[in-house]
Design a binder for this molecule. Structure first.
Ligand SMILES: Cc1ncc(C[n+]2csc(CCOP(=O)(O)OP(=O)(O)O)c2C)c(N)n1
Ligand SMILES: [Mg+2]
Length: 322
């Protein structure tokens, strides 16, 4: 699928913005100003960005606990995201959601989600709505290799096949579920191969290669929009940081951590490919890098100085009332 120069630069900008957002959160977390658990997406940015480039606001995504990148790639406001992580009143969910429950339904973001694998049935449900109403919309669930072992993920895939739902189950296999290597817990060690048994196209791709992700997810979205049903994609990706912020990663060697940064950094790989293919110059990309740094610095300062919700509003926007 051919991409114009402006689309490529926009993809790089989004990936770079997510990276900067995450690196900032990593540094700032030590100040104690960000409440709750944080699971960083650093290293996996190509996945969220390349997939979401195929989606409109009227399409849906369901994310997981490692959700900052998915939400930003789907168009969540960057400042609103930062404010939300700091628990501030002007955050995207008025400070009630925080890192693990960020949502913006106006952009089709059904939310980050702390229940591993729960995005798959949510996305199947959104796809059923789209099919029933004939909106032409599609839904994507982003989940990890760990989620591939959850029973309700199997149920969602099976139902999507039976009802030919316009949904993509996108597994980011970053090699670990919490502190356990996926080889120790995924029976067949092959998420796509196992999923194919449900009777749908299931492909395994390199989750560090923006172009491969863009191609595979583009085909899946096209198929879904054309009424040809669901797809599973397993993207082999890398996680730069620990499972959560504060995880000392005693189960990973220094060599592995150095290797993923050095040789499997999706942002570095995209940058090299853009320059080698004469799609962009180093100067153009450097300028985008600087803009991302400025944007995130500004968002951080705004978030730090913003007001918390008033105590009297504690239960507002928290419970549904009928
Ligand atoms: C249903 C459920 N089981 C267990 C947990 C605890 N838990 C939180 S994250 C996680 C690992 C998820 O691994 P994976 O799906 O590979 O995602 P990753 O963290 O690697 O992005 C587990 C077991 C949970 N939150 N929900
Ligand atoms: Mg994982």
């Amino acid at each position: 699928m051919a991409l114009s120069k402006s689309q490529l630069l926009e993809a790089y900008r989004r990936m770079r913005t997510i990276r900067e957002f995450e690196e900032n959160i990593h540094r700032e977390n030590t100040t104690g100003e960000i409440p709750g658990f944080l699971h960083l997406y650093c290293g996996q940015e190509a996945n969220a960005v390349a997939v979401c480039m195929h989606l409109e606001d009227t399409d849906y995504i369901a994310s997981n606990h490692r959700g900052h990148g998915h939400c930003l790639a789907k168009g969540a406001d960057v400042e609103g995201m930062m404010l939300e992580l700091y628990g501030k009143a002007d955050g995207l969910c008025k400070g009630r959601g925080g890192s693990m429950h960020i949502a913006d339904v106006s952009r089709g973001i059904l939310g980050a989600n702390g229940i591993v694998g729960a995005g798959a049935p949510l996305a199947a449900g959104a796809a059923l709505t789209a099919k029933t109403l004939g909106t032409g919309g599609v839904a994507v669930s982003f989940q990890g290799d760990g989620a591939s072992n959850e029973g309700y993920v199997f149920e969602a895939i099976n139902m999507a096949v039976m009802w030919q739902l316009p949904v993509i189950f996108y597994f980011e296999n970053n090699g670990y579920g919490e502190f356990t290597g996926h080889d120790h817990v995924v029976g067949s060690k092959d998420i796509a191969g196992r999923a194919a048994g449900f009777g749908l196209p299931a492909v395994k791709i390199d989750g560090t290669d923006f172009f491969e992700i863009h191609e595979a997810s583009g085909e899946a979205v096209q198929r879904a929009r054309a009424g040809k049903g669901p797809t599973v994609i397993e993207a082999v990706a890398v996680r730069f940081y620990g499972h959560y912020e504060g995880d000392p990663q005693a189960y990973r060697s220094k060599e592995e951590l150095a290797d993923v940064r050095q040789n499997r950094d999706c942002l570095k790989i995209l940058r090299q490919k853009l320059i080698a293919g004469k799609k962009a110059s180093a100067r153009e990309l450097d300028a985008i890098d600087r803009e991302a740094v400025d944007l995130i610095n500004a968002c951080r300062e705004t978030a730090k100085s913003a007001a918390y919700p008033e105590a009297s509003t504690l239960t507002d926007n928290t419970y549904v009332s009928y």
